[in-house]
Write a protein that binds this ligand. Sequence first.
Ligand SMILES: [Zn+2]
Length: 291
Amino acid sequence: MKRPSRHFIRLAAAVSAVLLLGFAPAPSPSPSPSTVPAYSIQAIRYGTIRGFPVSALVMGAPEEEKTDIAMVVWLIRGGGHNVLFDSGFHREVWLEQFPTADYLRPDEAVKLAGLAPEDVTDIVVSHAHWDHMGGIDLFPKATVWIQKQEFAYYTGDAWQPGGKHGGIDPDDVKALVQKNVDGRLRLVDDDGVEILPGIRAYTGARHTFASQYIRVAGDPAFVLASDNCYLYRNLAERKASATFSEADRAANVKNQARMIELAGSADRVVPGHDPKQFEKFPTQGRVAKIR
Ligand SMILES: [Zn+2]
């Protein structure tokens, strides 16, 4: 039998090298802990709505019970990003409908945390309601992150016959579309998507068509719930927030349990409108330091 030529041996070596490289394991896509910035998290209170019915916040609560709710945006800073979770509101029509005590426009409120409005790099919008998406036009340089289905629904079917748009301001929707045509909008496609290193969005609680909440990684991690969990009482009593439809209440309760799991403790789930977050965490004036 003929021995293989030197040419054949060189060729075989080259082929095996290509095969080896081709089958080499790809580097892990999840960032190592060192690539997640040490984010700070602050809650900034821009107003208070007094005497709000608890039954509209905690399903099944007594009709006559009232509470004062905090109007809040959250600021997450780290890794060169200044991220707002929700943007508050400023339109007169809502101030008339929901008289807000100690109201301060959200861009002014953010200054109290030492940040100029034009330095907000990102706004993660939990959902399209007036008091959460209504401030996106106050932060001119920010990129807005919203769930793809939330964007599609409230710029489309919500305004068609049979659509639901309670609590959605048409001017906010126009501002959202403006952000998109300006190249300052990112659509978050579904559940468990990492928006920025260590900041991940979750869906399924269905406060609106496709509301989202976020987990901020770190030591320790926190979950910012927005209206997917209005009050600490929702968590304690395992009661749903108001949801897009009655059929979604079970999904909301299930997601509140998931929030506790994702945060590692119910103490580290921050509800959307609970004034207790300004007692639980060290607070100066309108600003609480969550982490
Ligand atoms: Zn709200």
